[in-house]
Design a binder for this molecule. Structure first.
Ligand SMILES: [Fe+2]
Ligand SMILES: [Fe+2]
Length: 264
């Protein structure tokens, strides 16, 4: 089983300064086209938030038009650049989404439980898992304690060392960690938001950030507020479960590149 994990496409309407700088819509299309060409075909596409740049309905329409390029089932999460109400309206035909409240849900894939969490704070760059969201997670995990589980969310729960991004990270991550520690069936946590490929351990669980399908955040680990973006190649992640349930994650560039040599 393979899940294609995309994050932070930041789709925007044509003509905005943001769109002109990053061409996010075109790059999201390139990423979806890349997924369509993969063999074996992923069983699902998961996109961990910042689906659009400004939470506006027009941008969600463009996003939806690009999703029509694939028939692979898609599971969507909310980021800080999304708007919960507009998101819900734009994806009202996505049957897995809850009809009200936070955009968090669980689904089954071949006996593995996948969970999407909602870390959005309206109009704030940072994220939170409030007591209501954590209570839902705790209850969901309690009722499925024998099912291997993977969690997807937008804001990473660990500090990355990129200070300007950490300053808009997940508030009170330790409250989330207390729940992670309680439930031993959690195998991985996958996030977005940082626009870089970064891995760490969070309360004993391997935790990985999926880069953006568009621009990257500049890697610098100095203790300053510097925040810059780069044109490093866009990437997606491919999470692969083998028959024994072991998980391997591959990073995959979305733009074309030549094969230089191949065996006979
Ligand atoms: Fe983002
Ligand atoms: Fe974000």
């Amino acid at each position: 089983m393979i899940i294609a994990h995309l994050s932070d496409p930041h789709v925007d309407v044509d003509g905005t300064e943001f769109h002109n700088l990053y061409q996010t819509t075109d790059k999201f299309k390139v990423a979806i086209e890349k997924v369509c060409l993969l063999s074996p075909k992923p069983e699902a596409i998961v996109i961990t938030g910042d689906l659009v740049n400004n939470g506006n309905a027009e941008a969600y329409d463009i996003f939806n038009d690009i999703l029509k390029l694939t028939e692979i089932p898609v599971y969507l999460g909310i980021g800080n650049h999304d708007c919960r109400e507009t998101f819900r309206t734009a994806f009202s035909d996505h049957a897995y989404l809850p009809e009200a409240g936070f955009i968090q849900y669980a689904w089954d894939m071949n006996g593995h439980q996948m969970i999407m969490l909602d870390t959005n704070i309206p109009n704030e760059p940072g994220g939170i898992l409030c007591s209501e969201r954590l209570a839902w997670l705790d209850k969901t995990l309690l009722s499925t304690n024998d099912t291997p589980t993977t969690i997807f969310m937008h804001h990473p729960p660990f500090k990355t060392g990129i200070k300007a991004m950490d300053d808009m990270g997940l508030e009170d991550a330790d409250a989330f960690g207390a729940i992670i520690k309680k439930h031993k069936q959690i195998q991985r946590i996958y996030c977005g938001h940082l626009h870089r490929s970064i891995q760490s351990d969070f309360y004993g669980v391997q935790t990985q950030i999926c880069p953006s399908t568009t621009h990257k955040v500049l890697l610098h680990l100095e203790d300053t507020d510097r925040l810059a973006t780069t044109a490093e190649p866009s990437e997606i992640l491919l999470h692969m479960w083998d028959k024994d349930g072991n998980i391997v994650t591959h990073s995959c560039f979305t733009e074309p590149y030549p094969i230089l040599w191949e065996s006979d």
